[in-house]
Ligand binder design. Sequence first.
Ligand code: AMP
Length: 482
Amino acid sequence: MTNSNTAAAPVGVTFQDFGLAEPIVRAVTELGYREPTPIQAQAIPVVLSGRDVMGAAQTGTGKTAGFALPIIHQLLPLASASASPARHPVRALILAPTRELADQIYQNVKEYARHTPLKVAVVFGGVDMNPQIAALRSGCEILIATPGRLLDHVQQKTTNLSQVQILVLDEADRMLDMGFLPDIQRIINLLRTPRQNLMFSATFSNEIRKLASSFLRDPQLIEVARRNALAENIEQCVFRVDSSDAKRAAVGKLIRERELHQVLVFSNTKIGAGRLARQLERDGLNAAAIHGDKSQPERLKTLEDFKQGRVDVLVATDVAARGLDIVELPAVINYDLPHSPEDYVHRIGRTGRAGASGMALSLMTRDDERALADIEKLVKAKLPVQSLEIEAARPPRAEREPREARAERGGRSRSGRRDPATSGAPARAAVPEDPLFTAPYQETPPAQRPEPSADAPEADDKPRTPRRTRPVPALLGGKRSG
Ligand code: AMP
């Protein structure tokens, strides 16, 4: 990176002050945005000036509007009311690591551009290509894409990127983690120069810096304060339990005792997320899982159910949760301590924002001492640790009551409302064994999953090359170490 100046945050600016076109200001006003967030206040003028940007900001900071509004403004003079696809070439390309994030950006950008003739489309893996092909064929000035699926479209010649004048790499760190570097490089090679490049990343590893220096030109560095892991309004507590088996019961206990509604529970693995959600459901909680083995429509529906309060407990893997537009939750629970301490900061950043109080509860066993030490080192604080007693072992599976019977008796149902008479205590009627919980775990077809095992951390799109095994961006001229 050639420029490491951090832009100062202007104070008291409004969206009108940026000189954004009236249809854009009207759209954000209708969305209820009263003033720009700090990242918007910093990024909008820089992006409007045509300069490259390296932005350090997480999802939830308003960064989408930070880059999308000035992009829309810049493309407006080129907008055409014609229905001809040729009049709507792709001019801005936004790359995102996951399907959910791509879809969220799409939904937001569509809203921001709603009073303009600009067309917006999204393509991501895991779903039928045909509707995407139809959208691409009808033309779009702003295309949001996950890298793998975009390359599929390029290969099939269903999109042409030769007129892209603005490129955005969102959540660049996560894209590298997921092995997308070669795909990104391939995509960059398809684009014309010069063009404006914007890159956003929550963290700045050496690899991110190398990627930045390889394609950003004299970028302005824009930083907004990382959500503070030590914010006083977040109650952080680590509960020590005897064994991994006790953790599932411990999650249920914490949710019940603290009467948590709308809680996001993080699992390190997809298989763990699915199992935990099923177990919590069996225990009478209204839970669902979101991870890469779920179909895209399922994931979007689960997310919507959670946002609308139809699901109280959302169990998610880091990748699935990353970038989700879920912020200001009352509580997050780390069912597993994350492998990477930075994920701890991301996770608990979901709660206790904007002065609201939040709770970040974590479970650990003896095996997690190292992970805890790494987190404490990163956040530069000792986290309070206490033992959590898990009462008498739960009844054997065959004695537990299936969901349907419980709902019929008036216990907590799918609708999520709690019956005081039955909540709190596990159901104990003797019922036949439910095969859902005893049958072996069923993996979805490998075509939808880039990672080798269901227990591995997940990815959401298919990198064209195997997952990166060493931190060497050789394509960018880095030195191979292995
Ligand atoms: P993002 O970080 O871009 O995913 O945005 C997080 C959430 O903040 C989204 O729900 C946006 O609609 C919302 N948002 C973005 N900018 C503003 C703003 N200036 N005022 C209020 N809400 C905003």
